[in-house]
Design a binder for this molecule. Structure first.
Ligand SMILES: *Cc1c(COP(=O)(O)O)cnc(C)c1O
Length: 481
């Protein structure tokens, strides 16, 4: 069996695959954003192949591409206003292809020195962008924000409890505690469970009316816990909450963290990209005082999944947390100042994640990102304006392009937002979601795609207005009857 196929077949298949993909990439807007999904049908389509008879390579490739076209919420669609899933820019796509072919092994530096140094360079450059002292920057690429946040919790534990690496949680006096708000991403709870702390080690702090961590509540919860003999060790602030795009008061969080000597982590999975935009970067003030940052590359940096960046201003901590001496790993070469990536990350064998970012920056530069983010910022402001013009009530306060809104009069009607949301999704013309703010369900639309423009947004507002009118008529009818 020839797993390589012949050169003739390869060239044919590259060409064939690329033109099929190009057809999708070029025509993404022609698809229904969210197709009707019949679970049984999908399962049948997948399982009708029993692998006892083979398809030709062309047949196989067409089969999977056709199925993906049909059975996917098209997150690369410009009218998908969802959960930070971007359209992948073309350089990111090419980078993933190149990575797959070379398949550099990122565990040992000596196996993939170019790839490792590309990632080190990006870690350094992004550390500087976020305002870290250049001498102290370290970091690692990760599969996503979930892994990056887990890395943060492990670093915080190792920094605070020097015995943690050997003893784990055994023999700890008092419960180690993490502080974060109701708006924090659930991956933090996952991290607490994964490291063996459990949900009860996550102290959920209240938010103000503006959805930011309530600093007074944070202070009083920490004081109370210390009195009880618990061991606070970490504060997490969010820069761009998943629900409403709010950025916590990072300066004041860092002050509290300093006062009690706690690890200060900023989850900037989405909002971190604001650092690359002149008008938005000030929103992240205080992030430079953090001990660590989660920054997803596969969100606002518009590259394919899975790519995240974990950064820290504590140069020693990743090594302390992850280094394990092995006999079989290739040794660091000739006393060079090098770091084996596996000694800094949860993953061992690892994909060359950083290439998607490096290639995107090589081709588009910082300026390309500045402009893209500026465009999306403007589209967010445009949507907000259009919604207000049509009498919608904006419920969140953020300069990031996420709008949470409802109708002044219908906001207390429990079925209003969910019914509008369902109608819009079912139409196949757009994708939005529902998010509760202060106990009231709002409609949430995020400009997560760099190719979304004014026309798309005008159409969205038109659809919303139509559905609201239909809902109002129905309600009036119910009252009259
Ligand atoms: C998306 C998100 C995460 C989780 O990241 P994944 O890349 O999905 O693992 C964590 N925190 C925030 C604030 C997010 O928006």
């Amino acid at each position: 069996i020839n797993f390589d196929l012949t050169q003739k077949e390869r060239l044919d298949l590259f060409q064939f695959t690329i033109s099929s993909l190009e057809n999708y990439y070029k025509r993404t807007e022609a698809y229904k954003v969210s197709p009707e999904l019949d679970i049984n049908e999908i399962v049948d389509v997948v399982r009708k192949h029993d692998f006892n008879s083979n398809l030709s390579p062309r047949e196989a490739i067409s089969t999977v591409i056709a199925a993906l076209e049909k059975y996917t919420v098209h997150t690369p669609h410009p009218k998908y206003y969802g959960l930070f899933n971007p359209r992948a820019n073309f350089s990111g796509i090419i980078a993933d292809l190149i990575t797959a072919v070379f398949n550099p092994q990122m565990a040992a530096w000596s196996h993939a020195p170019y790839a490792a140094e590309v990632e080190n360079y990006l870690i350094q450059e992004f550390g500087k962008k976020f305002g870290y002292n250049a001498q102290k920057i370290d970091g690692t690429f990760a599969s996503g924000g979930t892994e990056a946040n887990l890395t943060a919790v492990l670093c915080a534990l190792n920094e605070t409890f020097p015995d943690y690496a050997n003893n784990g949680l055994m023999g700890m006096k008092g419960r180690p505690l993490i502080y974060c708000s109701t708006e924090v991403h659930h991956s933090i709870v996952r991290a607490a469970r994964t490291v063996g702390l459990g949900l009860d080690s996550v102290r959920i702090v209240n938010v103000n009316s503006d959805q930011k961590v309530d600093i007074d509540d944070l202070n009083s919860k920490i004081k109370e816990d210390l009195k009880k003999g618990n061991q606070p060790f970490m504060i997490i602030g969010t820069a761009g909450t998943t629900g409403s795009g709010v950025i916590d008061d990072l300066n004041n969080l860092s002050k509290v963290a300093n006062k009690y000597n706690l690890w200060f982590h900023v989850d900037a999975a989405y909002g971190g990209a604001a650092i690359l935009n002149k008008k938005l970067k000030n929103l992240l003030k205080g992030i430079e005082k953090s001990n660590s940052i989660t920054f997803d590359i596969h969100k606002w940096m518009s590259v394919p999944m899975g790519a995240s960046l974990f950064l820290t201003s504590n140069k020693e901590i990743l090594g302390k947390t992850f280094r394990i001496a092995t006999e079989y790993m290739p040794k660091e070469g000739n006393g060079l100042q090098i770091v084996d990536p596996f000694s800094h990350s949860i993953q061992w064998s690892r994909r060359f994640i950083g290439l998607k970012l490096y290639l995107s920056l090589l081709i588009f530069g910082w300026e390309g990102y500045e402009k893209t983010i500026e465009h999306q910022r403007k589209m967010g402001a445009f949507l907000k304006l259009k919604l207000e013009d049509s009498g919608w009530l904006i419920k969140n306060d953020t300069s990031l392009p996420i709008v949470c809104f409802t109708d002044e009069e219908l906001q207390f009607n429990s079925s209003f937002t969910s019914s509008i949301c369902q109608k819009l999704i079912a139409s196949g013309k757009t994708w939005i979601s529902v998010y509760p703010i202060g106990g009231i369900n709002t409609l949430r639309a995020c400009i997560t795609n760099y190719s979304t423009n004014e026309n798309h947004l005008e159409e969205l507002v038109m659809l919303l207005n139509e559905e609201r009118k239909k809902f109002q008529r129905k309600e009036e009818k119910v009252i009259q009857d």
